[in-house]
Design a binder for this molecule. Structure first.
Ligand SMILES: Nc1ncnc2c1ncn2[C@@H]1O[C@H](COP(=O)(O)OP(=O)(O)O)[C@@H](O)[C@H]1O
Ligand SMILES: [Mg+2]
Length: 266
């Protein structure tokens, strides 16, 4: 076969494997057990979930249910006791430490309950930080950070230190930072947990806008049921299992590209 024919064949193989219908995230019989002996705690007992591209999934459950544990496993920040997580058909468990770091840098945006911004640096520098780590020039990184800060409504605050921003503003900066590397997947762990109702609403609405405008796939962990119900799918972590928590009222508004592909397995 000629080189070109080989390349075409390879491309069609890849398309066949990782086509649009393949879930972006596949979680397969995932378990996580902390401790040993009498102090052993089974946090995840066999979680199955397919998340198609463009989907928005809320995972609800009381404090201690395992929401953060689940998100950290999806982000390859922790390793499962058993079971698998796949991202775009790539098995996270088979990646080297270096590949996992690159996966986190390029494919995932993470927003935490605490913003984790560098207090003495400006909003723009905080947003630019992941780009600088990626070897992009200071000037270009700050340009892109400024653009993103505009998108989250903070263009005018770009030069302000993080320590001088309000809680809601800091969380907006954290969202901008999470998205600056253009990840496909946004993981948000109680992103509004430390905000008052008004700021929580504003930050959540911003996430909804960005989800659509940047064609994200979003997994949100929250114990705020009112916000969770605006998600296309709401799942509850109960006794280590992920179970449907009823179809959300906002289902049609948050509808992703693949309704049929979005059902839980198992
Ligand atoms: N590194 C760890 N070592 C031991 N136990 C842990 C660890 N991380 C989480 N846990 C336990 O796992 C359970 C679930 O925690 P977590 O995932 O943070 O729940 P949630 O985010 O739903 O509040 C809790 O009982 C917590 O104490
Ligand atoms: Mg948590």
């Amino acid at each position: 076969m000629s080189e070109i024919a080989e390349a075409v064949a390879e491309e069609s193989r890849q398309l066949a494997q990782g086509g649009e219908n393949e879930p972006l995230v596949r979680i397969d019989e995932l378990t996580k057990v902390f401790g040993t002996g009498s102090s052993q705690r089974v946090v995840l007992a066999g979680v199955n979930l397919d998340v198609p591209r463009g989907d928005w999934v809320a995972v609800v459950g009381p404090s201690g249910a395992g929401k953060s544990t689940l998100l950290q496993l999806v982000a390859a920040l922790d390793t499962p006791s058993s079971g698998r997580v796949y991202f775009a058909s790539r098995a996270l468990h088979s990646l080297s430490e270096e590949q996992r770091a690159e996966f986190r840098r390029r494919s995932i945006g993470f927003v935490w309950q605490r913003h984790h911004l560098l207090a003495d640096f400006t909003a723009a520098e905080n947003v630019a930080a992941p780009l600088l780590l990626d070897g992009i020039s200071h000037r270009e990184a700050l340009r892109q950070a400024g653009e993103l800060l505009e998108q989250v409504g903070l263009g005018a605050r770009a030069g302000q230190r993080a320590s001088e921003l309000s809680g809601g503003e800091r969380q907006r900066v954290a969202i901008a930072r999470a998205l600056v590397n253009r990840p496909e997947l946004l993981l948000a762990d109680e992103p509004t947990g430390e905000l008052d109702e008004q700021n929580a609403e504003a930050v959540f609405r911003l996430m909804e806008q960005l989800h659509h405008s940047r064609r994200l796939t979003t997994i949100l962990a929250t114990h705020n049921l009112a916000l969770a119900r605006r998600s296309r799918r709401v799942l509850a972590l109960e006794h280590g299992f992920l179970v449907p928590a009823g179809e959300a009222a906002g289902a049609s508004r948050m509808a992703g590209p693949s309704e049929a592909g979005g059902k839980e397995r198992g």
